[in-house]
Structure formats: structure tokens, C-alpha cells
Design a protein around this ligand. Structure first.
Ligand SMILES: NC(=O)c1ccc[n+]([C@@H]2O[C@H](COP(=O)([O-])OP(=O)(O)OC[C@H]3O[C@@H](n4cnc5c(N)ncnc54)[C@H](O)[C@@H]3O)[C@@H](O)[C@H]2O)c1
Length: 336
């Protein structure tokens, strides 16, 4: 019989329910346990299989699962991941890995002590356009990278904040760079490596009353590889998500990826290179009231299974997760 990896999901909200479904859909994975603090009638997932339900997080991490998926609000990630690791479970941690680099480091140290894997969720890396871009950069087809501009213009409306007991809270959510745009910071780190932050400005155009942090910002970045970059972001866009794009200007070529979810090659001018056809028709997570990032969680679960059964390497590891937190922390260090 095929060996299967046993998963337990903690926090079965918008994204936890997606984890649970991807586990069910993977023929080498078993969904063994679920835990959420909500009363059963408020769950976003089928609760009819009583054998899946745990009465506490402790029950979940004491069960027979191999992997615990931490899909709770941001501020709980570090504490829950550490508890699961201390119970000798591998952990999948939704983004952001933690709300401070100190906490992210504690996760790394605990994982090393117990010799267990940490899988960070940064699923945009699985998008075909991003895989293509990584290949273009790795093969140095653009030559020396001079400038990078990332624009993330999204809509998160009043209901998004008022419907949640953690979105908009400085301590529980952390801010748009943690909750919405850490995906794009991860892409910058993945493509260009270390970033030395230089300067930033933050703005609140819309959400002053019910959000404890900025909704928009302009960040100037200096990369260790000498390229310069700008990240412009906003969650205060009228009506709906408008743009997520990255423009890269190199000595031998220029590329622009766009679409709502950085899923389309908009421009590609590279010396002696023909732009390939890429299947860029990827889905995004649709949460009803708002649209999220690329819906590649199936690929992330598959990576967990492949690491544990086929000895493949972890797609987005704890050091990647740590660096993203460190970059955000550095940008936010000038926030009031
Ligand atoms: N990778 C992505 O694209 C993506 C998308 C959305 C959310 N996320 C991340 O996933 C996490 C959850 O986000 P969401 O949108 O699903 O939020 P959510 O509010 O919809 O779900 C969180 C769930 O955790 C539960 N919870 C709270 N405290 C708990 C505890 N102590 N133990 C167990 N369950 C608890 C809540 O009841 C809720 O059901 C966040 O960290 C968020 O940043 C990632």
C-alpha cells in the first residue's frame, strides 16, 4: 500500500480550509486532524467527520499526525509552530512565518534541535511566470540588474477588517507588508537575494478608524547585488485589486510581469531571446468578499509529501521565511 503523510490543520478559516482540501485532494496525503477555536457552526469546512475534530491544539499535536499546518492568525504562528515542533511534528507555517525575526529564529532553532522540517508558505514561487522569471535571472539573461520596481495595489475594504478579530490589529496582524505583500517581498528576496533597506514612507488614505497601521507605503530598497528597487503598495485601492507587477531593468534586457497576481508576462525585451509561451492562466484564492494571492497551495502540499516520502528538498524553507520577516522588520523599523 502507498505510504501517506498524515496532516493536521490548526486554524480552519479562509486559508486553513484550503490547506485541508488540498490535503484531501492529494493521493499521498491523509487529513487526520483539524482544530479551530470557533464553535462548529462557524467553521468554513465540513465538520461532519467527527473523528477529524480535536478539542484542543494540544490534542492535535499529541495525535498521530506527521505534519501540523499552522493556519491561524499571524501572531500565533511562532508559538504554535514551536509547540508542534517540540512534539516532534514537521510544520507548515502560513505566511508570515512570524511577526519578528527573533521569533522566526526561535522556530529555526527548535526545528534544528528536534530535526524536523519547517515549510513556509510562499506559493507565488510556484506560478509559471515566476518560475520563468527565476530562470531568466539565474541564467543572467538580463545581464547586471540595475532597477526593480514592484507595484502592489490591492483593495481591502472596511468589511474585511470589521469581520475579523485580528485583521487590522498591530499586534495580531502586523500590517500589510506581513499580511498582504509578504509574497512580493519573498519574490524579491528569491530573485535578487539580500536587501539592505534604505528608506520608506507610510500613508493611511482610507482605514484610519478600524486599522492600527498604514494602508499604503513607498519603500526604497538597496539590494546587496547593487541593484536599486522601489516597492509601492496599497490596500486602499477603490473597489477591487488593481495591480501586482514587477518591472526589472537589466543591462541586456527589460521584463515586466503583471496581472492582478503577477501571473502575466506584459513585456519582455531581452537581447537575442524570444519570449516563450507560458501558460499564465493561474487561479487565485477567491474568499468571496475579497481576492487573495495565487492559489498554488496544492503544489505546496505536494512539496511536503515529496520531501517526506521522496527526499526532495523543501521548496520554501525556514531561512527563506526568516529573511522575509527580517526585511519587513527592517522596513517597518521607521514606522511610528
Ligand atoms: N498564503 C496565502 O495566500 C494566504 C492567504 C490567506 C491567509 N494567509 C495566512 O493564513 C493565516 C490565516 O489567515 P485566514 O485568512 O485564513 O484567517 P481567518 O481569520 O479566516 O482564519 C484563521 C482561523 O484561525 C482560528 N484560530 C484563531 N485562534 C486560534 C487558535 N488559538 N487555535 C486554533 N485556531 C485558531 C480562527 O478561529 C479562524 O478560523 C494568516 O497568517 C494569513 O496571513 C495566507
Amino acid at each position: 500500500m502507498t505510504k501517506k503523510i498524515k496532516f493536521g490543520v490548526a486554524g480552519v478559516g479562509h486559508i486553513g480550509s484550503r490547506h485541508a482540501q488540498c490535503i484531501i485532494d492529494n493521493n499521498r496525503a491523509d487529513l487526520l486532524k483539524l482544530f479551530d477555536v470557533l464553535p462548529l457552526n462557524k467553521w468554513r469546512f465540513d465538520t461532519s467527520k467527527k473523528e477529524l475534530l480535536c478539542s484542543s491544539f494540544e490534542d492535535l499535536i499529541n495525535s498521530d499526525v506527521d505534519v501540523v499546518n499552522i493556519c491561524t492568525p499571524n501572531y500565533l504562528h511562532a508559538q504554535m509552530a514551536i509547540e508542534a515542533l517540540q512534539n516532534y511534528k514537521h510544520v507548515v507555517i502560513e505566511k508570515p512565518m512570524a511577526l519578528s525575526s527573533e521569533d522566526a529564529e526561535k522556530i529555526i532553532n527548535t526545528a534544528q534541535k528536534v530535526n524536523k522540517h519547517v515549510f513556509c508558505v510562499m506559493q507565488n514561487r510556484f506560478s509559471p511566470t515566476m518560475i520563468w522569471l527565476k530562470d531568466v535571472i539565474s541564467k543572467q539573461l538580463l545581464g547586471t540588474i540595475n532597477m526593480v520596481v514592484v507595484n502592489c495595489f490591492w483593495n481591502r475594504n472596511k468589511n474585511y477588517y470589521l469581520d475579523s478579530d485580528w485583521h487590522g490589529s498591530r499586534l495580531k496582524d502586523g500590517g500589510p507588508l506581513f499580511t498582504q505583500f509578504s509574497h512580493f517581498i519573498d519574490i524579491l528576496y528569491w530573485l535578487f537575494g539580500e536587501i539592505d533597506y534604505t528608506s520608506s514612507q507610510f500613508f493611511s488614505f482610507n482605514q484610519k478608524k478600524y486599522v492600527e497601521f498604514e494602508d499604503s507605503g513607498i519603500v526604497k530598497l538597496n539590494f546587496a547585488n547593487k541593484a536599486i528597487g522601489v516597492l509601492n503598495y496599497s490596500t486602499a485601492v477603490w473597489k477591487q485589486n488593481f495591480e501586482s507587477s514587477i518591472t526589472i531593468l537589466g543591462a541586456c534586457g527589460s521584463v515586466k510581469i503583471g496581472g492582478q497576481y503577477m501571473d502575466k508576462i506584459l513585456d519582455c525585451e531581452i537581447d537575442q531571446y524570444n519570449r516563450p509561451h507560458i501558460d499564465d492562466d493561474i487561479a487565485c484564492n477567491d474568499y468571496g468578499g475579497y481576492m487573495g494571492s495565487a492559489s498554488n497551495h496544492d503544489k505546496m502540499i505536494d512539496n511536503v509529501v515529496q520531501v517526506l516520502l521522496d527526499e526532495k528538498s523543501v521548496h520554501t524553507n525556514s531561512f527563506d521565511g526568516f529573511h522575509v520577516v527580517k526585511i519587513i522588520e527592517s522596513i517597518y523599523s521607521s514606522r511610528n
